[in-house]
Design a protein around this ligand. Structure first.
Ligand code: ZN
Ligand code: ZN
Length: 222
């Protein structure tokens, strides 16, 4: 989740454990949802957004590429119908976006770029000095250009050995050197990426993420 200095929030992807995550991190506000792609581990929590509709008292805009939106409007057709009073089902409003656009959502300018996940395209994003790239095995040049100068970069890294659709450790390290962020945080880690091993083995500037991790931008006084 990304929070603006004014307190508006963007949820990036809605995984199957979304309900538990919203509860354990005390999330009481949501202004927009951005989907990187429609793989099940990124969208199967969409039904849990109903409580956020109730809290916000309105439908939530959900941003994604045309392909992603076609997929989720098929799987969650009931959530894209006009809202009912009382929100007895989730109420989502599909907003199609494309790589290369800078999209204003939740009071933030979000720059979107295309990433190669082999089986489909995924969206990477940049907001000020923060970049986020998950589910990517090859980073197109336009992605590196969009990420140039970020301070913090969160990047998906699945395992130690090369993988057909995800970056592995060595590749993530190479990319991190090229992007040059002060902090590169690995996410979307698979079972062979032992956290203690990563803390010891990753080079300076790279670290494994964890549930509940908070990265703050300098203007927040962190
Ligand atoms: Zn995926
Ligand atoms: Zn994934």
């Amino acid at each position: 989740m990304i929070q603006s200095t004014e307190g508006q929030t963007i949820l990036v992807d809605a995984g199957p454990d979304l309900r538990a995550q919203l509860l354990s991190h005390g999330i009481g506000r949501l202004d927009a949802v951005l989907l990187t792609h429609a793989h099940a581990d990124h969208v199967m929590g969409l039904d849990e957004l109903r409580i956020m509709n109730r809290i916000m008292g309105k439908a939530l805009p959900i941003y994604g590429t045309a392909r992603t939106l076609a997929d989720v409007t098929g799987r969650f057709e009931y959530a894209f119908r006009p809202p009912t009073p009382g929100f007895f089902r989730p109420a989502l409003e599909a907003v199609a976006v494309e790589p290369g656009q800078v999209v204003r959502m939740a009071g933030l300018d979000v720059r979107l770029f295309s990433q190669d996940h082999k089986v489909m395209e995924t969206l990477g994003l940049r907001i000020d000095g923060f970049g986020y790239s998950t589910d990517v095995v090859e980073m197109p040049e336009a992605g590196f250009e969009a990420l140039a100068g970020v301070r913090d970069w969160v990047v998906g890294c699945f395992q130690r050995a090369p993988h057909p659709v995800h970056a592995h450790v060595e590749k993530a390290i190479d990319w991190a050197r090229r992007v040059g962020a002060a902090r590169t945080v690995l996410t979307h880690m698979g079972p062979d990426l032992d956290w203690a091993w990563m803390r010891q083995s990753l080079p300076e500037g790279l670290e494994p993420g964890y549930d509940g991790m908070v990265l703050e931008s300098p203007q927040d006084g962190a």
